[in-house]
Design a protein around this ligand. Structure first.
Ligand code: ARG
Length: 460
């Protein structure tokens, strides 16, 4: 026999390398408090149905609470020989309270235990991430409101297209994050069911009451099928999908922040506290935070692919493969939390260089569509108007002047429909103010959209 809790049927000890190779305690110890939370609920339920006496329950719970404090104080000695977080805690319990500790695992398996622990752990992380998403959205809305009138170039193909307001651009970001938050909440709903009671795979012969355990642990209900309960890791994949989409969005915002802080754009200033310098070039101030978030997106995509591949082709029910779910999931959580914290701190601190944005929007014939729309309102067919404005732009390129910088006579070379009132639509202010409908870039629409988004945030 061996010193292992499952060693009864073994005739030689586990190979030392195999013990290390199969152990998960180095990374699953981060679920220790949730493991204890699950064990306390399990012991409470077992006493409720008469499988444990009330005295046994009380001794077990007191022991588990002491262990919880030992872990919180950093005093707990984790042992690789004990394989994982579950057996480390159980062994410590028995060392503390004696044989009663050995009764805790009645009607339970590490298979349903670990499935429960991950859900409990992830649920707390989801709630923390949700709060950060709200903080990020609030920051974006605050800046959008402040910059509702700030004019910048809008781009397609990264070429100047039409003027937009900076507030409108920020609200586009806010929409992305709002959808991500919806997806996260959706994932939480499907995840919040209790696998405990499935035991190893088939359920247990003890008269357990899974509704009680479910309620004690804040789950919506017990799972329906024991085989599925111990082998389902969909929720981890869903969470990592949410995380991948969020990181994709943050990487797009990062890319814009990096571009905008460059001398070539010079649209914004990021406070020094979010940047670092160069060890050789004294003039440098690098936008490391957005660059790093952009880079970290890759590892989260990688974790999504790891988890999908991990689960592919696994036969029912539990397989040891599943132990490999934790590191990708935990690193995804850490990466998302770090990236979100950085963004939620940084966004409200962005300073718009509105003069530079305005000057940039004045270049590149961004009001060409406004001139075409003007001609249409005067009775010209849109295709003909497009042609007329195209020729006006070609003239402007040759003359190195924007449409608004031409004289009326110059514009009239291309169409005698053009009159003095054309200059109202050729201004950047006129251009953005004219996009005055829900979802449009007009400053008053931006302010209204900020209000709607705030109401939506408050109503959840
Ligand atoms: N450390 C294991 C895991 O993370 C716990 C479950 C082990 N179950 C088993 N039958 N070996 O998946």
């Amino acid at each position: 026999s061996t010193n292992q809790s499952w060693g009864g049927r073994f005739s030689e000890p586990t190979d030392a390398f195999v013990a290390r190779f199969t152990a998960s305690v180095d990374f699953d110890q981060r679920m220790a408090q949730h493991d204890i939370q699950g064990s306390i609920a399990h012991a409470t339920m077992l006493a409720g149905v008469g499988v444990l006496s009330e005295e046994e329950r009380d001794v077990i719970i007191a022991g588990l609470k002491e262990i919880s404090e030992e872990i919180a104080r950093g005093e707990f000695e984790w042992s690789v020989a004990l394989e994982d977080v579950h057996m480390n805690i159980e062994a410590r319990l028995t060392a503390k309270i004696g044989i009663t500790g050995k009764k805790l695992h009645t009607g339970r398996s590490r298979n349903d235990q670990v499935a429960t622990d991950i859900r409990l752990y992830l649920r707390d992380e989801i709630d923390a991430i949700d709060a950060e998403l709200t903080r990020l959205r609030e920051g974006m809305l605050g800046l959008a409101e402040q910059e509702a009138d700030t004019i910048m170039p809008g781009f397609t193909h990264l070429q100047s297209a039409q003027p937009v307001t900076f507030g409108h651009h920020l609200l586009a970001w806010q929409e992305m994050v709002a959808r991500d938050q919806d997806r996260l909440r959706d994932c939480r709903v499907r995840m919040n069911v209790l696998p405990l009671g499935a035991a190893a795979l088939a359920g247990t012969t003890f008269p357990i009451d899974r509704h009680v355990t479910s309620e004690l642990l804040g789950f919506d209900r017990p799972t329906e099928n024991s085989l599925d309960s111990v082998s389902d890791r969909d929720f981890a994949i869903e969470f990592t999908s949410f995380a991948s989409l969020l990181m994709m969005h943050l990487s797009r915002m990062s890319e814009e922040l990096v571009l905008w802080t460059s001398a070539q754009f010079d649209f914004i200033d990021l406070p020094d506290r979010f940047c670092t310098g160069s060890s050789i070039m004294p003039q440098k101030k690098n936008p490391d935070v957005p660059e790093l978030v952009r880079g970290k997106t890759g590892r989260v995509y990688g974790h999504l692919m790891s988890l999908l591949t991990l689960m592919k082709s696994q036969p029912l029910a539990y397989n040891k493969d599943n132990q490999e779910d934790k590191e990708p999931l935990f690193d995804t959580i850490d990466t998302v939390r770090g990236s979100l914290r950085a963004f939620a701190d940084m966004i409200p601190a962005i300073r718009a260089k509105s003069d530079n944005m305005y000057a940039s929007a004045s270049k590149g014939f961004a009001t060409a569509t406004d001139l075409a729309d003007y001609l249409v309102r005067k009775g010209v067919a849109f295709r003909d108007a497009h042609e007329i404005v195209g020729k006006s732009v070609a003239f402007g390129i040759e003359q190195q002047r924007d449409l608004s910088e031409m004289t009326l006579a110059e514009l009239q070379q291309f169409s005698d429909t053009i009159e003095q009132d054309v200059f109202d639509v050729l201004t950047l202010e006129g251009s953005v103010a004219a996009r005055n409908h829900i979802g449009g870039t007009a400053p008053n629409q931006v302010r209204a959209a900020v209000q709607r988004a705030r109401d939506a945030l408050a109503s959840r």
